[in-house]
Design a protein around this ligand. Structure first.
Ligand code: PRT
Ligand code: MG
Length: 212
């Protein structure tokens, strides 16, 4: 096993909140992550490298050991299943809620409900637990559009301020889960590279605690 630790970061809004947290933990990329098209970066720590990838790919990289550690939203981890991963740390960034939502004032369909989402596994589990029959429709973006276009009766999506829903004539309905960003660790790496991973976890843990 390589002596380096690879930490996989989620691109996008999580990255924007991750970099200041890493800086608080004393971890800084050797180059500006935004500036170039590179995806693999050295850091100020000789044994830590960063890889910047699509959020939904982070659990896969860590699960299969291509990265030792990863930073990903709980929504992504819930949808992925995240077997073969430890989740030792809540980084408490990019907080939001996974919710059902529908057209404002409209009653949810009583019989079979059509639900548009990119979180198909989460949605199937949720509606099954509620004893609601649901036909889950996979979309890759702009879930808010689906009820307006009569593609679906309801959506399952991430809500923060609720502005996106309101702007599209929709309202939040049920809370499925509170979401925040988590640190995940490959199970084999946690054992084989424990001496290296332990101090990194400690750095991140104290950076999170310092903010509270
Ligand atoms: O581009 P891609 O399809 O990969 O996903 P994306 O564009 O949703 O990714 P990105 O970069 O936005 O980051 C997604 C991750 O950030 C999620 O997995 C969450 O863990 C976390 N997060 C935190 C959020 C939000 N807050 C958030 N508000 N992800 C998305 N949103 C979106 C939401 O989808 C909706 O469109 O913001 C809108 C809702 O915000 P409000 O404030 O209008 O309610
Ligand atoms: Mg995006």
């Amino acid at each position: 096993m390589s002596k380096q630790l690879i930490l996989a970061l989620s691109k996008g809004r999580i990255l924007d909140e991750t970099l200041p947290l890493l800086a608080d933990a004393g971890i800084t990329p050797a180059e500006d992550l935004g500036k170039c098209r590179k995806l693999l970066f050295d850091t100020n720590l000789p044994d830590v490298k960063l890889v910047v990838i699509r959020a939904t790919d982070v659990p896969t990289y860590v699960q299969l050991g291509a990265a030792d550690l990863g930073i990903a939203g709980k929504d992504v981890l819930l949808e992925h299943g995240a077997e073969g991963l430890y989740e030792p740390l809540d980084l408490e960034i990019a907080r939001c809620k996974l919710m059902t939502a529908g057209v404002t004032g409209q009653q949810p369909a009583l019989a079979r409900r059509r639900v548009a989402t990119k979180f198909v596994d989460i949605a199937r589990r949720y509606y099954a637990e509620q004893g609601i029959q649901a036909e889950v429709i996979k979309l890759y973006g702009a879930m808010e559009l689906a009820p307006l276009m009569n593609l679906a009766d309801e959506i399952v999506d991430i809500v923060d301020t609720g502005n996106t829903l309101r702007a599209n004539g929709m309202e939040p309905r049920e809370l499925i889960a509170h979401i925040s960003t988590r640190l995940v660790v490959n199970k084999a790496a946690m054992t084989m590279k424990h001496e290296r991973i332990k101090p990194l976890l400690a750095r991140l843990d104290s950076a999170v605690k310092k903010r509270q």
